[in-house]
Ligand binder design. Structure first.
Ligand SMILES: [Ca+2]
Length: 230
């Protein structure tokens, strides 16, 4: 986490407790890919302030989780393991075994009125319309299928939840040189979240298929920002 964000120069006349998070994964304005949104344009404000492509923290916002897996983080997940063996993918949190969901309970500071979670879901190796479902506090909010002819991202309306994301084009990044990885970057804003947020990622079998072995997948760049009232 050290070096991943830095204090803003005070000469900019903003509070010295402001920080910039190196979160191109959240902003990603220059990345090609498919943009996914639920909610209206006006709800963009739900995701906080972006300055020059970086997420900036306001005086009422706190960084609760920042895990790019470059250090030994990730222990909060229900299972899986850190993998840093593939330079193209960097350090990631591998679902292991891949058919098991990954879940995470995230405690929020007292008085949190909104939490913004962001993370990358990475489909590795051969996917043929199998998918991943993201759940927040038990409610499915997004389903993404991967593979050559996978359908568009499916977002599911849930109370107090606004969502956006970006599906990057396939890139061969390491596990199997013959296969391309796919990365979906998701941000979820949750209002009145309570004391904790539960996050779960469930593998989905291909449409119409019985449960079977799941392809390999991973999580990376989990960031949680909590906002309280002034
Ligand atoms: Ca990483």
């Amino acid at each position: 986490m050290v070096g991943a964000f830095r204090s803003v120069d005070r000469r900019r006349r903003i509070g010295f407790d402001w920080m910039l998070i190196a979160a191109a994964l959240v902003a990603g304005a220059l990345l090609a890919g498919t943009v996914i949104r639920s909610g209206t344009v006006g709800q963009v404000a739900q995701f906080g302030t972006q300055v020059g492509g970086l997420r900036s923290l306001g005086p009422n916002e706190r960084l609760v989780v920042f895990e790019d897996m470059s250090s030994g983080a990730g222990a909060g997940w229900s299972g899986g393991r850190r993998d840093a063996a593939h330079v193209g993918l960097g350090a990631i949190w591998l679902a292991d075994p891949p058919h098991a969901p990954l879940t995470r309970e995230i405690a929020l500071p007292e008085g949190t009125v909104r939490a913004v979670l962001s993370l990358d879901l990475i489909a590795i190796d051969a996917w043929a319309r199998e998918g991943l479902e993201l759940r927040v506090n038990g409610a499915p909010v997004l389903r993404q299928r991967f593979g050559p002819d996978a359908p568009a991202t499916e977002t599911i309306a849930a109370e107090h939840v606004t969502l956006r994301g970006r599906l990057a084009p396939p890139q061969a990044l390491g596990f199997d040189p013959a296969q391309a990885e796919q990365r979906l970057s998701v941000a979820v804003a949750v209002t009145t979240p309570g004391a904790t947020i539960s996050l779960a990622i469930h593998p989905l079998p291909a449409d119409g298929a019985a449960d079977g072995p799941a392809p390999t997948w991973a999580v990376d760049n989990l960031i949680v920002v909590a906002e309280s009232l002034p």
